[in-house]
Design a protein around this ligand. Structure first.
Ligand code: AMP
Ligand code: MG
Length: 322
């Protein structure tokens, strides 16, 4: 049976960098091509979330897996065979193709094969991995019907796939797999007892991540540069350190004396800036600088999430002087 046209259209929208709300067995997700950082930045813009958190990458089946993860240990394979499709997310080392914005700069990526036939058809046709958080505005309830999504995000998305009400609003269990060690990061749809039976060993617990954002600096697994980072509103007239890095939103009039300058969006566009942000921070961090001076973003839209990230990076440094 050939799938209905709407599914093809939605797959096409995703492939071309658009936003599509998709039903899953947990809640409706707001999906974008996980390999396209600008598309992923648009997810955060649409949700008006004042911070970034790592997004789960959804796959139709195991075909894409070797391209998005660096390793897939035997225990992960056992778990995947037992619980996918289903409400289980595996956190594994990410491959180079996964943009840092998807993982908030972390070296790992959360992967899931959702148990929803229509959405899997879309994912299969789109033939790209799809990053998706819940399809709600910041601070509003997670949507379990297409109508909830329409109310909150109707005018901000390119497509909405109505798959009826979500079966159960239980979130996915999130498991980090490192070698033969399995750690539960968030309890969810699959009981720990069942996971332990499947892996034949006790599961470790580390409930530091969760759906609730922690206060700035609290999410230990989030990326912070090792180079000291200072945030200000204007470029200091003299570079503050012998080897200074500068992170700015728009092209500066004068960056004299800076060893390295990263301009996130010469055109002053926050979506582009968010898409570039983590990559630029990684480059600055790898350059052996004495310090990074970051100019605060405009306090609107994605600028708020970017400012939150800068504050955390600076906060982390203050707490752990080296
Ligand atoms: P959800 O709200 O169901 O879309 O799940 C998103 C949550 O998954 C994030 O807020 C994190 O707590 C968790 N998560 C996703 N990717 C990772 C990762 N690479 N490492 C740790 N936790 C992750
Ligand atoms: Mg959520």
């Amino acid at each position: 049976m050939s799938p209905p046209a709407s599914i093809e259209m939605i797959a096409d929208i995703l492939r071309k960098g658009g936003l599509a709300a998709l039903p899953t067995e947990t809640v409706y997700g707001l999906g974008a091509n996980a390999l396209d950082p600008v598309a992923v930045a648009r997810i955060f813009a649409a949700k008006e979330r004042p911070f970034f958190d790592p997004l789960i990458v959804h796959l139709a089946d195991l075909d894409w897996l070797p391209r998005v993860v660096k390793s897939f240990p035997p225990i992960a394979k056992t778990l995947a065979e037992r619980f996918w499709p289903g409400p289980m997310t595996l956190v594994l080392p990410k491959s180079e193709v996964v943009p840092d914005l998807v993982t908030s700069g972390m070296p790992t990526v959360g992967i899931r094969i959702p148990d929803h036939e229509l959405t899997r058809q879309v994912l299969r046709l789109a033939n790209v991995p799809v990053a998706a958080p819940s399809a709600n505005l910041f601070g509003r309830l997670s949507p379990t019907t297409a109508e909830h999504v329409r109310e909150q995000l109707g005018d901000r998305i390119d497509a909405l796939l109505d798959g009826g009400p979500c079966r159960v609003g239980v979130e996915s269990s999130i498991l980090r797999v490192e070698g033969d060690r399995v750690t539960l990061l968030r309890p969810g749809g699959i009981p720990v007892e069942e996971i332990e039976i499947a892996v034949g060993a006790p599961v470790h617990h580390e409930l530091t991540t969760g759906d609730k954002p922690a206060a700035p600096g609290m999410l230990d697994s989030h990326y912070a540069p090792r180079t000291p980072l200072t945030v200000g509103n204007q470029i200091p007239p003299a570079a503050p350190w012998p080897r200074s890095g500068l992170l700015t939103f728009e092209a500066p009039h004068d960056s004299h004396g800076y060893a390295m300058v990263e301009v996130l969006s010469p055109k002053g566009d926050l979506v582009t800036a968010a898409a570039q942000f983590f990559q630029a921070l990684h480059r600055l961090d790898a350059a052996g600088l004495d310090g990074i001076f970051a100019i605060a973003f405009p306090d609107r839209g994605l600028g708020r999430a970017l400012n939150d990230r800068l504050k955390r990076a600076a906060f982390r440094k203050a707490e752990t002087p080296n």
